[in-house]
Design a protein around this ligand. Structure first.
Ligand SMILES: [Mg+2]
Length: 121
């Protein structure tokens, strides 16, 4: 089973993403900020990470930079989640090591197509 770590400070978004991902046969774990996500990745590296940008404690960008510098941290595919307001962030996120991005709010079809692009669905 493929594993996905959903990183978002919104419990509602994590719940929605988890539901969609489970219908796509992913084993899902959740983290509420970048720091929690780093700890989760160091314990057990996921196949793919769905990553929010704005979070307390550690942002998605800081997490991504830190992850990519850890041993084995280049392996997970990272799909960065952005909003209309965050469109300018996409280039920066790709430069920092994100593989794809998805606009929030996303539905099953959109998320599945992004996961296909990174070879995970
Ligand atoms: Mg957020």
């Amino acid at each position: 089973m493929k594993t996905c770590l959903v990183v978002d400070d919104s419990k509602v978004i994590r719940k929605v993403a988890r539901h969609i991902l489970e219908t796509l046969d992913f084993d899902v774990r959740e983290a509420g900020d970048g720091q929690e996500a780093l700890e989760a990745c160091s314990q057990d590296s996921p196949d793919v990470i769905l990553l929010d940008w704005n979070m307390p404690v550690m942002s998605g960008m800081d997490f991504l930079r830190a992850l990519r510098q850890t041993e084995g941290g280049g392996a997970p595919k990272v799909v960065f989640c952005t909003t209309e307001n965050g469109l300018g962030h996409i280039r920066a996120a790709i430069d920092a090591g994100a593989d794809e991005y998805v606009m929030k709010p996303f539905d099953r079809e959109t998320l599945e197509s992004k996961l296909q692009i990174v070879g995970m669905a």
